[in-house]
Write a protein that binds this ligand. Structure first.
Ligand code: SF4
Length: 322
């Protein structure tokens, strides 16, 4: 699931964080052997509970955290081995929109400063006029108009929804090929959510490749064509979004889908899988989901199921998926 056809890919990626527990050193296995490719022009969702490793995966693909093992491939090349000019191209081409627009944008910035920051750092403009035009175009794309007026405003004068539009604008100002969205609408009101999703839908039509990290199956169903489900640092299911949501093969995906609220007050919302997500310092042996899985058998406690193609284009890491 990772080859030269993918614009960006994780290849056997591991990201461990060193921590101290009771005076002893230990590893938090945030991402633990993920292979996942993003097809050009296709939007891929990455879903899972908090603690599943999805945000760390996004940051590793952006090279914001260092892999412990494995590699990140940009157009088939290991990003740690890119030449200076290739790395600059990767930096421009892969952008991220963060969850919290209050945290991810310097409050001392004007809107122009925020949108122009990446362009300035990489020096990808010839003069001030070109820089201004690029900033205005990006603001118009996210419908912060008149762009010249918004560009002068302080970040602190904007609402949460407007700040998140600036977050999207600063990513697209770089003219990226891939945009990684980390829970981009989770902190926004329902009305503003729709607006931001529509803006990004427009960018999809322009052929951008998106990776959307979220715990929200409804948003993934609406926005993406493919989805990967993560559990405790591993991908447990991958496939076309419609098929995965309508007929999940892995018991964890089944629990995630069953927990999606339905707009019918007479129907009870089922809770997510029993218990809490286990500690990523010492994941359960065998299948990591076995302590919470209603279908667990003896083999599940002993043998880790590999991610395998269960049906054409459908992958699941469960001994019994078929
Ligand atoms: Fe459940 Fe066993 Fe499948 Fe894991 S391998 S998801 S424990 S049935």
């Amino acid at each position: 699931m990772s080859d030269g056809n993918h614009v960006l890919a994780a290849n056997g990626l591991q990201v461990y964080f060193r921590v101290k527990v009771g005076g002893k050193r230990a590893n938090v296995r945030a991402v633990d052997g993920v292979t996942l490719g993003l097809e050009r022009g296709v939007s891929t969702g990455v879903v899972g509970e908090s603690g599943s490793g999805k945000t760390t995966l996004g940051k590793a693909l952006m090279k914001l955290v260092k892999p412990t093992a494995g590699s990140v491939l940009f157009k088939g090349k290991d990003v740690s081995k890119l030449s200076r000019s290739e790395f600059k191209e990767y930096r421009r081409s892969v952008q991220m929109v963060f969850q919290d627009p209050f945290d991810s944008i310097d409050p001392l910035f004007t809107v122009h400063d925020a949108v122009a920051e990446g362009l300035r750092i990489l020096g990808v403009y010839s003069d001030r006029a070109e820089l201004d035009q690029t900033v205005y175009r990006a603001l118009e794309t996210v419908r912060l108009v008149p762009a010249e007026d918004y560009a002068k405003r302080r970040i602190t004068s904007l609402s949460g929804g407007q700040r998140q539009r600036v977050g999207v604008a600063r990513a697209i100002a770089m003219n990226p090929e891939v945009v990684i969205l980390d829970e981009p609408v989770s902190m926004l009101d329902a009305s503003v959510k729709g607006e931001i999703i529509n803006v990004m839908g427009q960018l999809k039509l322009e052929g951008k490749t998106f990776m959307m990290i979220t715990h929200d199956i409804s948003t993934v169903r609406f926005f993406t064509e493919r989805v990967a489900v993560m559990y405790l640092g591993k991908v447990v299911e991958v496939g076309p979004t419609d098929e995965v949501v309508n007929e999940p093969l892995h018991p964890y995906t089944q629990a995630l889908v069953a927990a999606v609220p339905v707009p019918d007050p007479s129907q009870k919302v089922k809770s997510l899988a029993q218990g809490e997500i286990p500690n990523a310092i010492a994941p359960p042996p065998g299948c990591r989901f076995h302590p919470r899985c209603p279908l667990a058998q003896e083999i599940c406690r002993r043998e880790e199921p590999l991610l395998r193609e269960v049906r054409p284009g459908r992958y699941a890491a469960c001994h019994f998926a078929q």
